[in-house]
Unconditional design. Structure first.
Length: 537
């Protein structure tokens, strides 16, 4: 245990330093973290950090998938279900077959081993592209499709991976049986995930304690993931279904105190997990390079470049027809959902970055077959997987901002965000107007005194008056916000003086300080919108 802590704390320090450096250099932290991990792995004398695949698949993956599912809008997920399915299922299967065929005919791998490699490489990572996409301000629907794809593509790939590994280790494979099992896993996991989400929300409703509720929320993804995984499924779809159900029903069942604390808790957990995942991915370089000496360097380079090229080209070959062909064949679909500009489709095709799930699947390949023979080309598959991750993450990830700027998508996103902000402002005004109009009615129902009623009405009237009439009133709103922040700062100074003079206790100071902090956060949200990282858990 002491060794784990001694290793974890320095890595946490590296995570902090890289995060600060990435912000200053305006580079995606995921790219710098992987590079930092590779550099650390190649420094002689430093301890070797090995990634256990079961830790990734059973410990790291469930909370990441669940938090992304909860952050995803069910309405937007349902509206974009067709492109998400075409990517998360169709593109993964197509890429798996393309890599299997390419490595079979060019590298001489047998078909079953080629399908193992294809299933490992096929699912793009969601964390790095989404972080880049949000920072670049890509169109909202494009981000939704990317996030939805990232939620479900791991399930398809992991199920294909298991079928392929079984085919290699046992030498037996039945396509009809595999198709039936796949359908059963998909349906069963979705039903189970919804059931876990329903149970979790009911238990949290009964808890009446934010700490207990947040603990239950942390247990939820593991229950949704572990049970189907233990029964032979992937666990991913169940966790996705659970997260989407909580996203849909949670706002009506989760209390405000739990939501406020849960947002901070989950943001911190996901931030640390994602950062450590990319850093530890880079740290695997030493062990992978040490095992690569069994193969000629030329063979390794050719295998990595070939597999990377097939993965990138296959996504382009799939994405463009999958976007435009259904609309061309179905006029009703074309009228209901017009074709997006080719620039957006091009960016969608460019985001085929591979990540930690691919590496964990490669590491989880058994060492021997059922007959006791070594698993064919296991070390080569592992090295190729690592090489594809580095080339796509550092290469495509670094090129993506330049591609977005060259295609002019940032301007379209800015106009889209302006419309969203205008709709948000209109919604805030409607909420304030509703409460102002209903306050008299509710006051009569509870028999509120006139003086208390005047106090409440003045508060809601003030809330309405502070909202700008339109986005064009931004300068006036900014001045109001600046004044409110200045007044809050004066209140904090007075509060500190009262504590120093002994006129209030620390407990009283903390309660007042919490109210001031909530008020300030409310000002910031009204002035500039919620932070991108917030997850309504």
């Amino acid at each position: 245990m002491a060794e784990i802590i001694k290793t974890f704390l320095p890595l946490l320090g590296v995570l902090v330093v890289v995060a600060v450096l990435a912000r200053r250099l305006r580079i995606a932290p995921s790219i710098l973290l992987v590079i930092a991990g590779i550099i650390l792995a190649l420094i002689p004398g430093l301890p070797n950090v090995e990634l256990a695949p079961e830790v990734v698949l059973l410990v790291v993956l469930p909370p990441l998938i669940y938090s992304a599912g909860v952050a995803m809008s069910w309405r937007e997920f349902k509206f974009n279900l067709r492109p998400i399915t075409l990517l998360a299922f169709g593109c993964v299967v197509f890429t798996t077959c393309a890599i299997a065929a390419g490595t079979h005919y060019v590298l001489g791998l047998d078909w079953a081993t080629g399908f193992v490699l294809g299933a490992i490489i096929a699912p793009p990572d969601v964390v790095a592209p989404l972080a880049i996409a949000r920072r670049l301000g890509l169109p909202h629907r494009l981000v939704v499709v990317l996030e939805g794809e990232g939620l479900a593509n791991d399930a398809t790939a992991l199920i294909l991976y298991r079928f392929a590994v079984i085919a290699v280790t046992t030498g037996a494979f039945s396509l009809p049986e595999a198709a039936g099992t796949f359908a059963l896993i998909v349906i069963g996991e979705i039903i189970f995930g919804i059931g876990v989400g329903w149970l979790s929300l009911r238990l949290r409703r009964l808890a009446h304690d934010p700490r207990v509720e947040i603990t239950l929320s942390l247990m939820t993804p593991y229950l949704a993931y572990w049970v189907p995984e233990h029964l032979g499924g992937s666990g991913v779809l169940a966790t996705v279904a659970c997260g989407l159900y909580v996203s849909w029903r949670g706002p009506l069942l989760i209390r405000s105190a739990t939501r406020l604390q849960g947002i901070f808790f989950w943001d911190l957990i996901v931030y640390l997990i994602e950062g450590m995942v990319f850093l530890v991915t880079g740290l695997q370089a030493r062990g992978i390079i040490e095992n690569a000496h069994f193969f000629p360097l030329r063979d390794i380079v050719v295998a990595v470049l070939l597999t990377t090229a097939i993965a990138i080209v296959a996504r382009f070959v799939w994405v463009f027809p999958a976007t435009y062909l259904p609309r061309w064949l179905i006029p009703a679909l074309r009228r209901r959902d017009p074709s997006p500009p080719w620039q957006q489709v091009f960016v969608l095709a460019t985001t085929g970055v591979r990540g930690i799930v691919s590496l964990a699947a490669a590491l989880a390949i058994p060492f021997t077959t059922a007959a006791g023979a070594p698993f064919p080309n296991r070390d080569l598959i592992l090295f190729v997987t690592f090489g594809v991750i580095i080339l796509t993450l550092v290469g495509l990830g670094s090129l993506l901002p330049a591609i977005v700027r060259a295609l002019g998508l940032g301007n379209a996103a800015a106009e889209e965000q302006r419309r969203e902000r205008a709709a948000e402002l209109a919604a805030r005004r409607r909420l304030a107007e509703l409460t102002s109009s209903r306050v008299d009615e509710f006051a009569r129902d509870i028999g509120l005194a006139d003086e208390a009623l005047r106090t409440i009405k003045s508060r809601y009237d003030s809330r309405l008056s502070l909202l700008p009439q339109s986005l064009e009133d931004g300068e006036l709103a900014a001045q109001r916000t600046q004044l409110r922040f200045a007044l809050l700062e004066e209140e904090r100074k007075l509060l500190h003086d009262l504590l120093r003079k002994g006129e209030i206790t620390d407990e009283a100071r903390r309660r007042i300080e919490r109210d001031l902090d909530l008020e300030e956060q409310g000002f910031r949200t009204t002035a500039g919108g919620a932070d991108d990282g917030e997850r309504p858990l």
